[in-house]
Design a protein. Structure first.
Length: 66
C-alpha cells in the first residue's frame, strides 16, 4: 500500500511536469481541483489508462531534455 507521502510526492511531480504547478500551487489545491485539471488534460477515460508510446512521444516533445 502506498503511503500518503509517497502518493503526494508522485501527484506533486505529475502536477508540476504536466501542468506547471509549483509545489505551493499543488498544496493549496483541493483533490477535486487537481482531479478536474487532470481530467481536462487527459480526458474522462484517460485518467485510468496507462501512458502509451504516443503519449510518451508527446511528453518528450513538450519537455525536451535540452
Amino acid at each position: 500500500m502506498m503511503r500518503f507521502a509517497e502518493g503526494a510526492a508522485r501527484l506533486a511531480g505529475i502536477a508540476g511536469a504536466l501542468i506547471g504547478w509549483r509545489p505551493d500551487e499543488f498544496w493549496r489545491a483541493t483533490p477535486a481541483e487537481l482531479a478536474a485539471v487532470l481530467r481536462a488534460f487527459f480526458g474522462e477515460d484517460g485518467m485510468s489508462v496507462p501512458a502509451g508510446s504516443d503519449d510518451l512521444a508527446r511528453l518528450k516533445e513538450m519537455f525536451p531534455d535540452g
